[in-house]
Design a binder for this molecule. Structure first.
Ligand SMILES: Nc1ncnc2c1ncn2[C@@H]1O[C@H](COP(=O)(O)OP(=O)(O)O)[C@@H](O)[C@H]1O
Ligand SMILES: Cc1cn([C@H]2C[C@H](O)[C@@H](COP(=O)(O)OP(=O)(O)O)O2)c(=O)[nH]c1=O
Length: 726
C-alpha cells in the first residue's frame, strides 16, 4: 500500500535544496533560527541571573516579559512589513535585520542591565517581522512556483529542528562559562553572555549568507540571472520560467509562514482564527488538533519555568540548558521515530497514550524536585509530545481532504509557536504568584516550589487533555486498550477474543434496497481508495464466483418462481460461503480493502423480513456459513421504496418484481439491523445527490483505513532535510 506523501518529504526537501539560491536562503534561515532559539534561552537565563537578588515575583515578571515581548510587537508591526518588502530589496532587509539583531544581542551582556535587556528583547522582536516578511517574499524569487510549497515546508521544519541544536550549544556554552568562573574567580558569577555573543556571531554569519543571495529588485521583478549551475543543480530555466510577475500567491499557499519562535503577526492570527473554526468540524480532527497543540503548550511551560526551577534546585544556566535540551532532543526523537514505535498499537491509541505519558512525566518532574530526575523526565515529556505530534500529523493527513490539508498544517505550525510562547510567558508569572514554601512535617522536609506546582498542574492538564483528545479520536475496537498495548509491547498481534484470525484487511459492505445507489457508490468508493493508493477488491452478492454466477442465475431468473423461501435463503447463503472462501478472505488476508455490494444483511432483510422467515434462524445460519466474519462497516443506503424502484425503471428480475409491500418490509429489515448496532453502521439518506452520498461515506470510511505505511509517515514528519553537496 502506498499513499502520496503530503508534507516535506526528505526527498522533496533535497529537491528544493538543490536550488542553489534557495539553499543559501535556507542556510541563512538555519543560522538565524539557531540564533533565535539561543537568544531565547540566553535572555531567559540572563534575566534570571540579573534578578537573582530580587523577589520571586519580580524575577518571574522579568522572565515572563522577555518571552511576552517577543509575542507582542510582531502584532503591531506585522501590517507594515508588506510596505517595506515591496519597496526595498529583500536581501538588504534581511541582511540589515540580521546585523541589527546581532548588535542588539551583543549589546545585552555588555550593558548588563535588566532594563536594557527588556528593551533589546523588544527591539529584536520589532525587527523580526520585517526580516521574516522579506524572507518569505524572496522565496518566490528563488524557487519555481511548483516547488514553493516544498520550500515553505522546509523553512517551517527548520524552525523546529534547530531548537535541540541551539539547546545543546547553549548548555555547552553555559557549562564552559561556569567552569571558567570557577577557575578564574575574578570573572564573577557566570551569566549568559557567551551565548549572546555566539548568537551575535550566528546572526552576522546569517547576514553574510543572505547578502550573497542573488539580488532581486522589488519594483521590477525581472527574471534573475542565476549563476551558471554545476551539474546536478536545478536547471536555471526552471528558475526563470515560472517566475511570478507579481507577488500574488494563490490562496492555498499563504506566503507568510512562521519559521522562528517570534512571528505571530496578523497573518498568523487570521490563520489561527480560520483554522480554529475549521478544527471544530469533525471530532477526530478536533481531538488531533487539541492534542497536538497541547504538546506545544507543555513545551512552553517547561521553557518558561525551567530556569526558575533550576535556580530553586541550586543550579543555573547549564542545568536549564540541560532541561531544554533534554526536552527538545526527546521531541526530535519522538517526531523521527514516532511513526515506527509500537507498530501493533493503533495510531490513535498511541497518540492518546503518548500525550498522557508526557503529562504524567511533567507532573512527576514538578512533584519531585530533583535535577537528574527532572532531566530524565524532560526527555520523556519531549518524546511523548514528539510522538504525539508526528502521529497526529500523519493521522490528520489521512483525515483531511487535500484542499484543506495544507491550510491546516500551516495553522498548526502557527498556532504551535504562538502557544509555545504564550505558555512560556504565563508559566513563570504563575509560578511567581504561587511562590515557594519550604514545608516541614516532623523530620521530613519538602520544598514546595511555585515552578514545581506549575509543572504539576500542567502535567495534570496534559493528562486530562490526553483523555479528552483520545475520546475524540478513538475508534470502536474489538480489542481493549490494555490487551492491545501489552501485545504491542511484546511485539505480537493483538487477537480479539472471538476472532480466530486477525485479518489485516478492511471489509466494507454497502446495503440497501433496489436502486438505492449501491453499485454507484461502490464504484465511487473504489476509485477514491485506489487513488489514495490502497489495494481495493470490489465484489458483490450474489454471483462473484463461478458457482455464484450459476446460483445467481437460478435465484434471479424470472421464470423460475418455484423456489421456496428457505431454499432461496440457503442458496443466497451458499453463494456467500463460497464468496467468502474464494474472494473475501484471501483479499483480507493480503491486507486489501474489500468492498462488497450486499452481504449478510440482504438475506436477513429480503428473506427474513421480506419473506417473513424467522430472522434469528437466518442470522444463525449466516453466522455459521460466514464463520462470524463481520464487516468493519456496513453502509446502509436508505431510500423510500417508490424512489428506488423508479430509479431502476421497473422490474427486471425476480426480486425486483415483488410487490411494493415486500420491499417496504425489506427496507424496515435493513433499518432495524442498522439501528441495533450504530457503531458498525452508517445510515445514509440516499435521496441526496450522488456526490453528497459519496462524501458522507468517505467521511466515515476514512478513520477505518489502515495506518499510513512508515515511509510515508517519515516523509510527513521528516525534520532535518539533507543538504545536497555538489
Ligand atoms: N444519489 C442518487 N440520486 C439519483 N440517482 C441516483 C443516485 N445514485 C444512483 N442513482 C441512479 O440510480 C440508478 C440505480 O443506481 P445503482 O447504483 O445501480 O443502484 P443499486 O446498485 O443500489 O441498485 C442508476 O441509474 C444511478 O445512476
Ligand atoms: C445477497 C442477497 C440478495 N438478494 C436479492 C436482492 C436483489 O434484488 C438481488 C440481487 O440483485 P442485484 O441486481 O445484484 O442487486 P441490486 O441491483 O439491487 O444491487 O438479490 C436477496 O434477496 N438476498 C440476499 O441475500
Amino acid at each position: 500500500m502506498s499513499r502520496s506523501a503530503s508534507l516535506g518529504a526528505p526527498g522533496e526537501a533535497r529537491n528544493v535544496l538543490a536550488i542553489k539560491p534557495f539553499r543559501r536562503l535556507w542556510i541563512s534561515l538555519l543560522l538565524s533560527s539557531l540564533g533565535d532559539w539561543l537568544a531565547l534561552f540566553a535572555l531567559i537565563s540572563l534575566a534570571a541571573v540579573l534578578t537573582a537578588e530580587s523577589s520571586a515575583i519580580i524575577q518571574a515578571s522579568v522572565i515572563s516579559g522577555v518571552v511576552a515581548l517577543r509575542l507582542v510587537p510582531p502584532l503591531a508591526v506585522g501590517p507594515f512589513t508588506g510596505a517595506l518588502t515591496n519597496r526595498v530589496d529583500n536581501r538588504l532587509t534581511m541582511a540589515i535585520g540580521d546585523v541589527l539583531r546581532a548588535l542588539l544581542y551583543i549589546s545585552v551582556p555588555i550593558v548588563s542591565r535588566i532594563d536594557w535587556l527588556l528593551i533589546a528583547a523588544f527591539l529584536v522582536a520589532c525587527v523580526v517581522p520585517f526580516r521574516e516578511a522579506a524572507k518569505d517574499a524572496s522565496v518566490p524569487d528563488l524557487v519555481p512556483t511548483k516547488r514553493m510549497d516544498q520550500a515553505h515546508q522546509v523553512n517551517m521544519l527548520t524552525g523546529f529542528a534547530t531548537a535541540p541544536v541551539a539547546a545543546v550549544v547553549f548548555t555547552v556554552l553555559a557549562a564552559l562559562t561556569t567552569l571558567l568562573a570557577t577557575l578564574v574567580p575574578a570573572m564573577g558569577a557566570p551569566q549568559a553572555g557567551i551565548a549572546l555573543y555566539a548568537n551575535g556571531a550566528a546572526f552576522l554569519a546569517a547576514a553574510v549568507v543572505t547578502w550573497m543571495l542573488p539580488a532581486v529588485k522589488p519594483a521590477a521583478p525581472e527574471p534573475a540571472h542565476p549563476e551558471p549551475q554545476p551539474a546536478g543543480e536545478v536547471d536555471s530555466n526552471e528558475l526563470t520560467a515560472p517566475m511570478p510577475q507579481t507577488r500574488e500567491v494563490p490562496v492555498a499557499q499563504p506566503v507568510q509562514r512562521p519559521t522562528s519562535p517570534s512571528t505571530p503577526d496578523s497573518f498568523v492570527l487570521r490563520t489561527l482564527w480560520k483554522g480554529m473554526r475549521f478544527a471544530g468540524t469533525t471530532p477526530v480532527v478536533r481531538g488531533l488538533v487539541l492534542g497536538m497543540l497541547g504538546s506545544f503548550a507543555l513545551a512552553g511551560v517547561l521553557l518558561g519555568t525551567g530556569r526558575v526551577f533550576a535556580d530553586r534546585l541550586g543550579a543555573g544556566n547549564a542545568v536549564f540548558g540541560v532541561l531544554v535540551a533534554a526536552f527538545s532532543i526527546g521531541m526530535a526523537l519522538g517526531v523521527y521515530f514516532g511513526p515506527r514505535v509500537l507498530r501493533g498499537l493503533s495510531r490513535r491509541r498511541l497518540f492518546g497514550l503518548c500525550l498522557g505519558v508526557s503529562g504524567i512525566a511533567l507532573f512527576l518532574a514538578g512533584l519531585i524536585p530533583n535535577l537528574v530526575l527532572a532531566a530524565v523526565l524532560a526527555v520523556i515529556v519531549g518524546t511523548g509530545a514528539g510522538i504525539a505530534w508526528a502521529v497526529g500529523l500523519s493521522l490528520l493527513g489521512q483525515e483531511l481532504e487535500e484542499d484543506v490539508r495544507d491550510r491546516t498544517f500551516v495553522y498548526l505550525h502557527a498556532a504551535s509557536w504562538t502557544l509555545l510562547l504564550l505558555f512560556a510567558a504565563l508559566a513563570p508569572l504563575l509560578a511567581g504568584v504561587i511562590g515557594d514554601y519550604p514545608l516541614a512535617v516532623r523530620d521530613l522536609s519538602y520544598d514546595f516550589l511555585g515552578s514545581g506546582a506549575v509543572l504539576m498542574g500542567t502535567g495534570l492538564l496534559g493528562v486530562v487533555l490526553a483523555v479528552l483528545a483520545y475520546r475524540q479520536v478513538s475508534e470502536r475496537a474489538e480489542v481493549s486498550f490494555r490487551t492491545e498495548l501489552i501485545a504491542a509491547l511484546r511485539g505480537v498481534p493483538a487477537t480479539p477474543a472471538k476472532e480466530a484470525e486477525k485479518l489485516p484487511g478492511t471489509f466494507v459492505v454497502l446495503e440497501g434496497g433496489e436502486g438505492a445507489g449501491k453499485s454507484t457508490q461502490v464504484g465511487q468508493l473504489t476509485v477514491w481508495l485506489r487513488e489514495e493508493g490502497f489495494e481495493v477488491v470490489t465484489t458483490r452478492e450474489p454471483g462473484a464466483t463461478k458457482l455464484g454466477m450459476r446460483l445467481r442465475a437460478l435465484l434471479l431468473d424470472k421464470d423460475d418462481m418455484t423456489i421456496s423461501a428457505r431454499t432461496e435463503a440457503l442458496l443466497y447463503i451458499a453463494d456467500r460461503a463460497n464468496h467468502i472462501e474464494e474472494v473475501i478472505l484471501p483479499a483480507l488476508r493480503r491486507g486489501a480493502i474489500v468492498i462488497s455490494d450486499r452481504y449478510v444483511d440482504s438475506t436477513i432483510a429480503y428473506q427474513g423480513a421480506g419473506r417473513d422467515l424467522d430472522s434469528a434462524g437466518v442470522e444463525m445460519i449466516n453466522a455459521w456459513a460466514t464463520e462470524d466474519l463481520i464487516p468493519h462497516l456496513t453502509v446502509l443506503l436508505d431510500l423510500p421504496v417508490e424512489d428506488g424502484l423508479a430509479r431502476v425503471g421497473g422490474s427486471t428480475d425476480r426480486m425486483e418484481s415483488e410487490p411494493q409491500e415486500f420491499h417496504t418490509r425489506v427496507r424496515k429489515g435493513f433499518r432495524d439491523l442498522a439501528e441495533r448496532d450504530p457503531g458498525r453502521y452508517l445510515i445514509v439518506d440516499a435521496r441526496m445527490s450522488q456526490e453528497e452520498v459519496t462524501r458522507e461515506i468517505q467521511r466515515r470510511v476514512r478513520p477505518l483505513l489502515p495506518d499510513p505505511v512508515p515511509q510515508d509517515a517519515e516523509a510527513i514528519t521528516g525534520m532535518m532535510p539533507t543538504i545536497k553537496t555538489d
